[in-house]
Design a protein around this ligand. Structure first.
Ligand code: WQD
Length: 338
């Protein structure tokens, strides 16, 4: 079974490629390397013993995407990660995000249809819910107006996939991620933010390793037990395994609708301070941090209702917060050559 993984040298993509190969799938990675390193291919090879095929490609260009699918006529399914994902950057450069994230998807779907490839797993995000009215948030919660062009590309992408599935053989599973953190236990792959990290955990580990002076904790006045914002952090390996389960679900014809949506979280909300304390416990490092003003666009608290994914998809996150923060720390140490 040949699976095309777009964005497969990226953070979640690379961890998913490892889990696909462990289940015997043959993987072709398509990536433009705009936000990842070609070294990830060798790292995956070291973990699984199989170096995935790799095609450097800009999927937002129609001709190269056509060539890719002509070069691999026996693809079975697609897992689509490739997208720009920096929330802040999307606000200042909306066209870059709409053009890349939506044209890539449209080109992919067009080639899938013309080559008779039926199944796509799409990387979506809990950001589509905004600040949910009810917590934990279920898949039937209303979609809120996106707070950023990045979030809007996820919402529009879900609608494009749904509309295309109505008039073609294409069927899809949309996976709405909560907050992916951590790294593979080998510390050979992990999150590789270019420049200053936007996200909490890479900023924590870079502060502890000495690359940053201190962590800014954005907001201490939220209506939460300790005043800091709450998120549903999920280990990237748990997240990766859900993608394999989703692909198998469609290959085995177990999906019950042409488009299915699943929340991928742990169902547990942790605050920023909870994550800091977990990191200090597992790394045995004292973290330097300061409480600052809230970050514009942040929601106060969000965590997943995992019942549908656990029951219907047959997937459940297994790894706890301490395993997430420790694996992130081990990855940061390896990046520093320790
Ligand atoms: C988590 C919490 C911050 C950095 C984003 C995207 C989402 C997905 C995951 C792509 C918040 C606080 C953060 C820092 C801090 N990305 N924080 N200091 O914003 O929940 O989600 O990343 O799919 O779509 O929106 O994740 O890690 O940026 O923030 O205090 O230096 O940590 O305020 O409360 P977020 P995050």
């Amino acid at each position: 079974m040949k699976i095309l993984v777009t964005g497969g040298t990226g953070y979640i993509g690379s961890h998913t490629v490892v889990e696909l190969q462990k289940k015997g799938f043959e993987v072709i990675i398509a990536d433009n390397l705009s936000n990842s390193s070609i070294d990830v291919i060798d790292s995956i090879g070291k973990i699984t013993g199989i170096k995935p095929l790799f095609e450097k490609i800009d999927l937002s260009e129609q001709e190269p995407t056509k060539d890719l699918f002509s070069h691999y006529p026996d693809l079975n399914s697609v897992i689509h990660f490739a997208a720009y994902k920096a929330v802040g950057e999307s606000v200042t450069m909306p066209l870059k995000y709409y053009q890349n994230n939506l044209c890539s998807l449209i080109n992919l779907l067009r080639e899938m249809e013309s080559h008779g490839i039926r199944d796509i797993v799409f990387s979506s995000s809990c950001t589509v819910y905004g600040q949910p009215d009810i917590l934990p948030v279920t898949e039937t919660a209303p979609i809120k107006k996106a707070a950023s062009p990045y979030g809007n590309t996820k919402q529009i992408a879900e609608e494009i996939i749904t509309d295309v599935s109505k008039v073609t053989a294409i069927q899809a599973i949309l996976l709405r991620y909560f907050n992916p953190i951590g790294a593979h236990e080998s510390a050979l792959i992990g999150e590789l933010p270019l420049g200053v990290p936007n996200n909490l955990v890479p900023y924590i580990t870079q502060t502890a390793i000495g690359k940053r002076d201190f962590l800014n904790v954005w907001g201490k006045d939220y209506h939460t037990p300790d005043g800091t914002a709450i998120r549903d952090y999920i280990h990237v390996v748990d997240l990766a395994m859900a993608h394999v389960t989703a692909i198998e679900r469609m290959l085995e014809g177990k999906n019950k609708q042409k488009v299915e949506v699943f929340n991928l979280g742990t169902g547990i909300g942790y605050s920023v301070l909870d994550v800091i304390k977990s990191f200090e416990r597992t790394s045995k490092e004292k973290l330097n941090y300061k409480f600052m003003e809230r970050r514009p666009g942040d929601v106060e608290e969000v965590w997943a209702d995992t019942e549908f994914a656990n029951r219907e998809l047959g997937w459940k996150a297994e790894r706890g917060l301490d395993e997430m923060t420790l694996s992130a720390w081990r990855w940061e140490q390896r990046l520093a050559g320790l």
